[in-house]
Write a protein that binds this ligand. Structure first.
Ligand code: CO
Length: 220
């Protein structure tokens, strides 16, 4: 059997099993979606949003790219953000990195993989910004973990500084942005303590989340 045929067969069995337990599931879902959450995470095949959170189709809006980067000129990510906030009215945005991220590791190693290196340069900027914090870490694995965490914190700041989030907060829309790291080793999410719901709290939570990692010179 061709691989595609096998996947189509798996899909057929899945759709039938859902219908068997919830006959109206697809009919209801096809009418509209009301997700409360937006997940921005890594493209890594081991970090699937719905499964990790135990959520069904329709419950979370998802954007993924290599190394979960939020760039202010990335029309794709900005469009997802704008649609999720302005149209779907999600209440929580989760920026989710993960330990063991290959994209982050490539930055630390200075490895070359092609075009993607230019994308990963944004993670390189995070490394450069916090260079002092890395000099005092002994092992490569600890440096890798720390860059995964710092990348999440800096991308949360990037989300909060978009005009889309700023405008939502200005008009009083309920919206909270969170930074999390997923562990491939035990399947658990770790909160990095940078949850922010307004302009006012962003600077404070940023400094606090860095302090939790032992970095005390953090500023915007
Ligand atoms: Co990754």
């Amino acid at each position: 059997m061709r691989e595609l045929d096998e996947l189509l067969e798996r899909n057929r069995r899945w759709a039938e099993s859902v219908k068997a337990t919830q006959p109206d599931f697809f009919k209801q879902l096809s009418k509209q979606q009301h997700p409360k959450y937006l997940w921005i995470g890594c493209s890594d095949s081991r970090v699937p949003a719905n499964q990790i959170l135990g959520l069904a189709p329709g419950e979370i809006f998802v954007h993924r790219n290599v190394a979960n980067v939020v760039v202010h000129a990335d029309l794709n990510c900005l469009s997802v953000l704008q649609f999720a906030i302005d149209v779907l009215k999600v209440e929580h945005i989760m920026l989710v990195g993960h330990y063991g991220c290959g994209g982050v590791r490539a930055v630390l190693d200075g490895a070359r993989h092609g075009l993607v290196d230019n994308w990963l340069r944004h993670v390189g900027d995070v490394l450069q910004k916090h260079r002092d914090a890395f000099d005092i870490i002994d092992t490569t694995s600890m440096k890798h973990a720390r860059l995964c965490e710092l990348n999440v914190i800096e991308q949360v700041v990037n989300i909060c500084q978009t005009t889309i989030v700023q405008d939502a907060w200005d008009r009083g829309q309920k919206l909270e942005v969170h930074g999390l790291v997923y562990s491939l080793f035990d399947g658990r999410l770790r909160d990095l303590g940078i949850s922010t719901h307004s302009h006012v709290t962003l600077a404070e939570t940023y400094v606090q989340s860095l302090a939790r990692l032992g970095i005390t010179r953090g500023s915007f």
